[in-house]
Design a binder for this molecule. Structure first.
Ligand code: NAP
Length: 306
């Protein structure tokens, strides 16, 4: 079987687009496949303040779009499709979508992570009816409403700060008494009069008649149960790597991410992983870009060596 591409990149977030930029500039014949739109999870970030080079911050969708333009400018081919499986035959990497098959000599997997569910009754049933995983997408629907944000990380606090511009009250429900989020976001949240904290607390159920009306909350220290009346709940309890379509092809680490070495090499020669999907990722846009660059350079070396 003949290969059609020297490099196939799965995923069009910062890691994939950075890998695409480098492979295109190395004049490699490269294809990037993205299932939604270039930018990946970036497009859900209203304002990114910690990506170097943008002292005033930049919206995630603008940054994603600039990264895409830059990679396309050097000849990266970008295709909208969803990868359903990957096979390896000898030196060939075969990437399948519902209707097509693409063959590459190397493969860079940069398809990221998807949000974790809370896993409580009512969450699935009321999803889209007040349960949301994306404050940037749905926040404006909650004007003058009362909402809860679940989680204590950067996503939860960024979401709460965004939501406080629309909602009249935002309650952050977090399972511990210490927040995981960066200090600057904590300071802003504590200073925001519309944001309240319900610490040492977990949500046991999301309830409502066809729409979210209330949360069943339990204090993990006292065991006391209470009801929090809300119109919406934004779940921000982390993410998990989306490796399902790889079906056992690559060695994974304990948390389910793809095990890589410092060159982003996976357990299969010629396959690299970059960004949120790889082991030990620090889940930052700038870090994902660095991963994509390393993976592209490693792929280039692999192509010269074999
Ligand atoms: P995260 O850092 O993993 O935080 C997840 C939060 O959810 C933690 O507070 C965790 O509690 C809580 N949690 C997890 N499972 C839970 C459960 N079953 N029930 C209740 N609470 C649960 O995830 P993230 O906030 O999405 O951030 C992911 C990465 O992206 C981080 O590296 C972060 O720095 C980065 N990020 C950065 C920015 C920014 O810089 N502005 C914005 C968004 C994301 P514990 O704390 O008790 O574990």
């Amino acid at each position: 079987m003949e290969y059609s591409y020297q490099v196939i990149i799965v995923g069009g977030g910062p890691a994939g687009l950075a890998a695409g930029l480098y492979t295109a500039r190395a004049r490699l014949n490269a294809l990037l496949i993205e299932k939604l739109m270039p930018g990946g999870q970036l497009v859900n970030a209203e304002l990114i303040e910690n990506y170097p080079g943008f002292p005033e911050g930049i919206s995630g969708s603008d940054l994603g779009s600039l990264m895409e333009q830059q990679a396309r400018k050097y000849g990266l081919e970008i295709l909208m499709d969803e990868v359903s499986g990957v096979e390896v035959k000898g030196d060939l990497k075969i990437v399948k979508t519902a209707e097509s098959t693409y063959t590459g000599r190397t493969l860079i997997i940069a398809s990221g992570a998807s949000h974790s569910r809370l896993g409580v009754p009512g969450e699935d049933e009321l999803s889209g009816r007040g349960v949301s995983y994306c404050a940037t997408c749905d926040g404006a629907l909650f004007k003058d409403a009362s909402v809860a944000v679940i989680g204590g990380g950067d996503t939860a606090l960024s979401d709460a700060l965004l939501l406080s511009r629309f909602a009249s009250r935002v309650t952050i429900v977090h399972r511990r008494d210490k927040l995981r989020a960066s200090k600057i976001l904590q300071e802003r949240a504590y200073d925001d009069p519309r944001i309240e904290f319900l610490l040492n607390s977990v949500v046991e159920a999301v309830e409502g008649n066809n729409r979210v009306e209330q949360l069943q909350v339990r204090n993990v220290r006292t065991g006391e149960r209470s009801i929090l009346a809300v119109d919406g709940v934004f779940i921000a309890v982390g993410s998990k790597p989306g490796t399902g379509y790889l079906a056992g092809l690559l060695a994974l680490s304990e948390d389910g991410s793809i095990a890589v070495n410092a060159n982003m090499e996976t357990s299969v020669p010629g396959i690299f992983a970059a960004g949120d999907i790889r082991s030990e990722s620090c889940h930052q846009v700038a870090a994902a870009v660095g991963d994509g660059v390393c993976a592209a350079m490693a792929a280039q070396k692999y192509l010269i060596a074999v």
